[in-house]
Design a protein. Structure first.
Length: 366
């Protein structure tokens, strides 16, 4: 399938990287890291990344910087301090209040930041444009400024997690890191702006910044308002399963652990000023996905699969609903040694099982 790389230029290309690590392929990591800070580490993607690092990088310390919306903890972080004494810390503050973040980066030996904090749309609406700008644009600028002030010797690595939503929609072909940005919604526009800021800090200040862009992510600990867990919970409660429009909108899916392995590879092996696409070549229409989730949920719950699928109900389409998005991860595969490992059927069953059993579903497992 052809890739979409019309009008290549400085925006989002991989022609500006000048870090020697960019030449490293699938070999051993080239960048030593001892203390990772994850903004938004109490969320779905960031929290799963924290768990992976604590499990697979035993020499690293991890600090989560996240307001948690005023909560004391979140399920994805529960038990980590006890399981990894001396290696895990939670700082409950907002990224837009940069003073404490700057002191933390400066005084506590943080040598890498994964910026996962973001305001995402939820449910069927496009969300609040002002909050997207505040958190995704101004928040990213605040974190970048804190890192720039702390890393005057240029010793740190900054990775911004982004989305293929910034490319908009295309009926065929695959988006690459060289595709032009064409966001359809305020959320996507705010992520595109955050990408540009991150890359500009490399070009302007010489910081070791890079961006990963990924597809739709699924897996354990995902918020119940997202598509897969929301469908699973509706099957449990025997409620209608809404499918927007005709259900023919296509999305590309990747398991959160595969995504996070790619983030670690980019952080350890990636070049400054580079953009790395992370995908699993797993396209589904929304209708196909809802059917799969419904049947998977029914099997776990002991329900009739056809009855579960019959709960599907079409609803008016969403605003600015991109018809199709798909991503080509070839650059990450060739330069980083990235490869998605988790088959969709296996990952989906794990995600649905976790959603249902963690919310009080009867433990009828098949």
């Amino acid at each position: 399938m052809r890739t979409l790389s019309q009008n290549p230029g400085p925006r989002g290309t991989n022609e500006i990287g000048d870090d020697p690590a960019s030449s490293v392929g699938g070999g051993r990591p080239s960048r030593a890291i001892s203390h990772l800070l994850v903004t938004g580490g109490g969320g779905f993607v960031g929290g799963n990344l924290v768990r992976m690092v604590l499990r697979e990088r035993p020499a690293w310390r991890v600090t989560v910087f996240d307001s948690l919306g005023g909560r004391l903890s979140t399920p994805v972080l529960d038990g980590l301090r006890e399981a990894h004494p001396g290696r895990f810390r939670l700082v409950r503050e907002r990224i837009t209040e940069g003073g404490s973040l700057r002191r933390l980066l400066r005084d506590d030996g943080v040598d890498a930041v994964v910026h996962a904090a973001a305001r995402n749309p939820s449910g069927s609406g496009v969300g609040d444009p002002v909050s997207f700008a505040e958190i995704n644009v101004l928040g990213t600028a605040a974190v970048l400024e804190a890192a720039r002030a702390a890393w005057k010797e240029g010793q740190g690595t900054f990775v911004h997690l982004s989305s293929y939503e910034i490319f908009g929609s295309h009926p065929e072909g695959l988006f690459t890191e060289r595709s032009p940005l064409n966001p359809s919604t305020p959320y996507a526009a705010s992520k595109a702006a955050a990408d540009e800021l991150t890359l500009a800090y490399h070009r302007t200040y010489g910081m070791r910044t890079l961006v990963t862009r990924t597809t739709n992510i699924y897996g354990p600990y995902q918020s119940s308002d997202k598509l897969i867990p929301s469908i699973a919970l509706r099957v449990r409660d025997r409620k209608p399963l809404p499918v927007f429009g005709t259900g023919e909108n296509r999305r590309d899916w990747i398991h959160v652990d595969d995504h996070n392995r790619g983030v670690l590879l980019a952080m350890e092996r990636g070049g400054a000023g580079r953009v790395y696409p992370l995908g699993a070549r797993c396209e589904r229409t929304n209708l196909e996905l809802v059917r799969e989730v419904a049947r998977c949920s029914a099997r776990i719950l002991g329900f009739d699969e056809e009855e579960a699928e019959a709960l599907i109900a079409f609803a008016p389409d969403r605003e600015a609903h991109d018809a199709r998005r798909a991503l080509d991860p070839a650059t990450s595969e060739s330069e980083l040694g990235f490869a998605a490992r988790i088959p969709f059927a296996d990952g989906l069953q794990e995600a649905v099982r976790t959603t249902l059993l963690d919310t009080g579903a009867p433990a009828v497992i098949r």
